[in-house]
Design a protein around this ligand. Structure first.
Ligand SMILES: [Zn+2]
Length: 95
């Protein structure tokens, strides 16, 4: 997180925004969890455990919609024969 999602103040590492008082701890946890699930998806890919990769990629995507997460989930969907999911992710790009 680079800025407070409420007031856009620069993020200074605290769990509460110094300017507007927005509680940022939960958001930080979501960001951290999403990054963790992306890492686990990558690891599962390297282990060729594509169902596990899909599970973690989907968790990461549900927590945070990042371009990297979209690619990861689309790849995992292809590798587990979930072509409709992969196509949907492709078509939703940029929205
Ligand atoms: Zn703020």
């Amino acid at each position: 997180m680079e800025r407070c999602p409420t007031c856009k103040a620069k993020y200074n590492g605290k769990s509460v925004c110094y300017r507007c008082g927005t509680e940022l701890g939960l958001l930080l946890k979501i960001e951290k969890d999403a990054a963790m699930h992306l890492d686990k998806a990558k690891q599962a890919f390297l282990e060729k455990d594509f169902e596990k990769m899909f599970f973690h990629a989907r968790r990461a995507w549900s927590l945070r919609q990042l371009p990297e997460g979209r690619k990861m989930l689309a790849c995992a969907a292809m590798l587990t024969w979930r072509f409709e999911t992969a196509i949907k992710l492709h078509h939703d790009q940029g929205s």
